[in-house]
Design a binder for this molecule. Structure first.
Ligand code: CA
Length: 371
């Protein structure tokens, strides 16, 4: 009798596992781990859009949809020290200490502009720039001083010895033609990789950026979006490098894609996983307190359109160039119709929007499934 019950229970468990996976088979996932490797280059915080991008990649890695080779920290929204700590803490909380973390740079390739230079051109000094200027090398990922996040503290995980760009170069040559860089912070690390190794870009599978403001005003200045404003020269270096593919998810997408309580309810309504547990603990309370909250999303769309390009609802090819002259337009991504840009511009695929409902149903299924 006991044996029959055990068989029955096993059969039921298998059935539920199959049905969980069957949900995923509804999606047209075009990538697989054998051939699609990813490095996430991120200005990570806690439960901003970078966290969702990381979670999607970790689960896609676990499911065999792609191979997440590592996560690298870069400037833009945060300092390297803070960003590295955030990556390590969240990887540890999600039980993914197996993913290598490499530290990059929060100092733009041409250095930070001086306060005088910025003021003279009406340019805004954002908080992370001020923090890099103020704290510089006095902080590290395991000693953040007054920038320490008291809720999270420090992780027991450690970054690897290599710099972010050394890690990128090494991995790209290990898997030529297979590694996609997802640059969801400033482009400093990627530019450093390009400058250190002239064959770097051509040996990748391509680059997906979150950056630039195409048909909308910037969010740091009227001209410039945060990630690309932080280090415009690095963006120019990347755009001019010979990546086989350049895909841009610009600031424009955040006008359409917002995280809502309904979306989180949908994610939390599925099976319980390390991901849903963390979301319930750290993300959900803000939405419970204010059910009308609509959190802007930028980076969170990047991994999903890589896995399932069918989610893309509005796209275009444009010639893009970056303004690096020190003037009011510093950091502006200028875009022309295909073939109409100057010689120094680069043809990029722009993703303005996704089918949000399908996208977040996918994320809910992905994050609430045990793979
Ligand atoms: Ca980011």
């Amino acid at each position: 009798m006991k044996k029959t019950l055990a068989i029955l229970l096993t059969a039921l468990l298998m059935l539920s596992a199959v049905s969980a996976l069957a949900d995923m088979s509804d999606y047209n996932i075009v990538t697989k781990a054998d051939t699609h490797k990813v490095i996430l280059d991120t200005d990570m915080g806690y439960f901003g859009d970078d966290t969702y991008a990381l979670m999607i990649l970790l689960q896609a890695d676990k499911a065999g949809y792609l191979d997440l080779l590592g996560v690298t920290s870069v400037g833009a929204n945060t300092t390297i020290a803070q960003g590295t700590t955030s990556i390590l803490n969240q990887l540890e909380a999600l039980g993914r200490g197996d993913i290598p973390v490499a530290m990059g740079s929060d100092v733009p390739v041409m250095g930070l502009k001086t306060e005088t230079q910025m003021a003279a051109n009406g340019l805004k000094e954002i908080r992370s720039m001020a923090n890099v200027r103020k704290f510089g090398n006095t902080i590290s990922y395991d000693n953040l001083g007054e920038l320490k996040d008291e809720t999270w503290g420090y992780s027991s995980l450690k970054p690897v010895e290599e710099t972010a760009w050394e890690f990128m170069i090494e991995q790209v040559h290990k898997y030529p033609g297979q590694v996609t860089i997802m640059a969801i912070g400033a482009c400093t690390n990627v530019a450093n990789a390009i400058m250190q190794d002239p064959t770097f870009a051509e040996n990748t599978a391509g680059i997906y950026y979150m950056g630039g403001a195409i048909d909308v005003p910037g969010n740091d200045t009227p001209c410039a979006e945060r990630n690309w404003y932080y280090d415009p020269e690095s963006v120019a270096i990347c755009l001019n490098a010979n990546f086989p593919v350049q895909v841009v998810v610009p600031h424009d997408i955040s006008y359409h894609q917002r995280l809502t309580k309904d979306i989180l309810d949908n994610i939390l309504g599925g099976g319980e996983t390390a991901y849903t547990k963390l979301i319930r603990e750290y993300a959900y309370p803000r939405f419970e307190e204010n059910p009308e909250l609509r959190q802007r999303l930028w980076d969170a769309q990047v991994p999903g359109i890589f896995l399932v390009p069918d989610f893309i609802s509005e796209t275009d090819k444009r010639d893009i160039a970056m303004v690096t002259d020190l003037c009011y337009a510093y950091g502006e991504s200028v875009a022309w119709a295909e073939g109409k840009g100057p010689d120094s511009s680069t043809l990029c695929t722009i993703v303005y929007d996704v089918d949000g409902e399908a996208y977040w149903n996918f994320v809910a299924d992905l994050l609430s499934t045990e793979f």
